[in-house]
Design a protein. Structure first.
Length: 419
């Protein structure tokens, strides 16, 4: 799939990959525009590996699980309000520093702003003929088998568990049979360090050594997806460093090129351009038939309390779902439903309400799939808050002290203050 020796029916497409965004869209886009001009090239797409921080207004900051000193508006709100427009089509997944209330509105994926598409808690889309899949959040073993019980406005516990990867989302991705070209996760697949120069990594990040030796660095569900999907490319972020690996799935079998990237601050390796082959176009984000069929099939067992999903309760036949979705996409087209603002923008005089907003994109998608809207259903009696209470400074953070032994702990970067 790497560019070179293209047939007449294929063209070379340049895709920019970015590590942790942390809301700094202005600088990432400026860097790419400068690169385009300096290299006399054209970038077709930007993919961000999480910690995107799609903060629209001050109320969204309350759903951002970060220490207070990092709780700032940054620049996403300008793209949400229309003050600025993204210069490249942008696809992102969620990490562990997100405006989780907004991402829950778009659980199934959708436009977070014009030209900026959230892949959902799990999702697959097409860009041209390239299939891009992704898994949002980070892995936490104690929350993995729980359902999506958290609802905005979040309490001190739920704000830290809402972005933890759930079995339900991973199970849906494990049903994908058609080839995925690019996959994106925030944390790294467990064991991926064995396929790269981990000794160089430890020289730069010595605090990783014990976890690498104990084989605890990374996400077990991501490793399972890597083994199942075997995509040519897999990109991650989270650990604020650059690391490359080649995963040979079996002797003579397919190879996955893995790359983790840093966060967006000066003199750090937070961007990479890859060149892939694609059909001539159109090069735009489109719904994926197989993924929509999987979404339809598993919607009836969507776990909305702490109770584990009952996959045995799935009644719909996959082939039936495929036929329905194919027919609907042929009639309507494959473009996602249009972006709609659901809350006032930053600096607006309008009042911002607490709680869940029904996003018209999500409502339209579910109606298209002939499914009920259930994202605002809740049952407080089934919340596990009391049994897994977090401490007052228990941030899932790469950049500071935390009290949660399940989290990867990184020392605070010296340049974080100026960033």
């Amino acid at each position: 799939m790497v560019g070179g020796g293209l047939s007449l029916s294929q063209i070379s497409m340049k895709i920019a990959i970015e590590g942790c965004m942390h809301g700094d869209l202005d600088n990432v886009y400026a860097t790419l525009l400068h690169l385009q001009e300096a290299e006399r090239t054209k970038i077709d797409l930007l993919i961000c590996c999480g910690d995107f921080q799609a903060v629209r207004n001050e109320k969204d900051l309350e759903s951002l699980s970060v220490p207070p000193k990092y709780r700032s508006m940054n620049s996403f709100w300008k793209y949400y309000s229309g003050e600025k427009v993204a210069p490249f089509p942008t696809i992102f997944i969620g990490g562990n520093h997100e405006a989780s209330n907004y991402l829950w509105e778009l659980y199934h994926g959708g436009w977070a702003a014009p030209h900026i598409y959230f892949l959902g808690f799990a999702g697959v889309v097409k860009f041209g003929s390239i299939r891009i899949g992704g898994l949002s959040g980070i892995y936490k073993s104690r929350d993995y088998h729980l359902g999506h019980f958290e609802r905005p406005p979040y309490n001190n516990s739920d704000i830290k568990s809402v972005y933890h990867v759930r079995e339900y989302d991973v199970h849906k991705l494990m049903q994908v049979e058609e080839p995925i070209d690019i996959f994106v996760s925030h944390d790294w697949p467990l064991g991926v360090t064995e396929h790269g120069n981990w000794k160089d990594l430890v020289r730069d990040k010595p605090h990783f050594e014990k976890e690498i030796q104990d084989r605890t660095l990374g996400s077990k569900p991501a490793a399972e997806l890597l083994e199942k999907l075997k995509p040519p490319y897999w990109f991650s972020a989270h650990l604020h460093c650059k690391f490359a690996a080649l995963v040979q799935h079996w002797d003579g079998g397919p190879v996955t090129k893995f790359l983790a990237l840093d966060k967006c601050i000066p003199r750090r390796k937070f961007l990479q351009i890859i060149e892939v082959e694609s059909d001539p176009g159109p090069h735009e984000i489109q719904y994926d038939e197989e993924w929509l069929a999987i979404t339809r099939r598993y919607h009836s067992v969507f776990p909305l309390t702490a109770k584990r999903a009952n996959f045995g309760g799935v009644q719909l036949d996959m082939e039936e779902c495929r036929r329905l979705i194919r027919s609907k996409l042929q009639s309507r087209g494959t473009k996602p439903f249009e972006f709609v603002r659901t809350v006032p923008c930053h600096n607006s005089s309008e009042t911002v309400a607490n709680g869940h907003n029904r996003n018209p994109q999500t409502e339209a998608l579910l109606q298209f799939l002939e499914l009920p809207y259930i994202l605002d259903e809740s049952d407080p009696a089934h919340s596990p808050t009391s049994s897994i209470s977090r401490g007052p400074v228990d941030y899932d953070s790469e950049d500071g002290p935390i009290e949660d032994v399940d989290e990867i702990q990184l020392p605070e970067d010296e340049d974080d203050e100026e960033s």
